[in-house]
Design a protein around this ligand. Structure first.
Ligand code: PGA
Length: 254
């Protein structure tokens, strides 16, 4: 099975968005029970709504399952009603943060430049930023998919990232929550383009994990991992239940 490099760990991240399952702590416990003590080159993380972050982090402590935020503010503190800084996420137990998700780019008008500032804030707080990029269906139909993703990537990363740990997530907007994911060929082609850009930005770009996201399911996971340069997945709907999420994790372990 092709991996970005034989020794590179895979990163499996669940994005609960503004959802909670019927019993989210129990689902997290089930993930922890399976992952506890595993040393298999797979890193698993759950990104719950902010109100659950601290409780989930405490609950998962020592299990090897990490927690993360779904966004952060660019400033570290101040009069920003309703916002959460990267430092506060870290204090609540987060180890990573999803940034530039298309639901924020589209719903909140987040620009590449703003995402880059957030990446900087996350790194300053010691979090691993997972920077999302991806084209819309209209852009793909116009043959602009790769150009859009390359532009987003260049704009959403600060220029001085050499030596800093971060991850990229390719999430075609048309595949998110759609029930139909990108094909292995589409994923492979875009991940190659992203790798290209990352290497052009800095030599360390050869090692940056590139995740795929968009209708990842237990059934489709093995095929996704067979695509070149897939260093993990960002999972929305299928991460809300331990059964489906763990089946995706199992595909990453294979
Ligand atoms: P989905 O969401 O797996 O439900 O398509 C993925 C995401 O938005 O990160």
């Amino acid at each position: 099975m092709a991996r970005s490099s034989p020794a590179s760990p895979r990163l499996i991240v669940g994005n609960w968005k503004m959802n909670r399952g019927a019993d989210p702590l129990r689902e997290a416990d089930r993930v922890a029970a399976v992952r506890s003590g595993r040393d298999d080159g797979v890193t698993v993380a759950l990104c719950p709504p902010a109100t659950l972050l601290h409780r989930l982090s405490e609950r998962l402590r020592g299990s090897g399952v990490l927690t993360g935020g779904q966004d952060c503010h660019v400033e570290s503190a101040g009069a920003f009603t309703g916002e959460i800084s990267a430092g506060l996420l870290a204090e609540a137990g987060a180890r990573l943060v999803i940034l530039g998700h298309s639901e924020r780019r589209q719903g909140r008008g987040e620009s590449d430049a703003l995402v880059a500032c957030k990446v900087r804030a996350a790194l300053a707080a010691g979090l691993l930023p997972i920077v999302c990029v991806g084209e819309t269906l209209a852009e793909r139909r116009q043959g602009l998919a790769e150009a859009v993703v390359r532009r987003q990537l260049r704009g959403s990363l600060p220029t001085d990232l050499e030596g800093r740990a971060f991850a990229l997530a390719y999430e075609p907007v048309w595949a998110i929550g759609a029930g139909a994911r990108a094909s292995e060929a589409e994923i492979g082609q875009m991940h190659h383009a992203i790798r290209d850009e990352l290497i052009a930005l800095s030599p360390g770009g050869a090692r940056t994990p590139i995740l795929y996201g968009g209708s990842v399911t237990a059934e489709g996971a093995a095929a996704i991992f067979s695509a070149p340069e897939v260093g993990g997945v960002l999972v929305g709907g299928a991460s809300l239940r331990a059964d489906s999420f763990l089946a995706i994790v199992a595909a990453a372990e294979a």
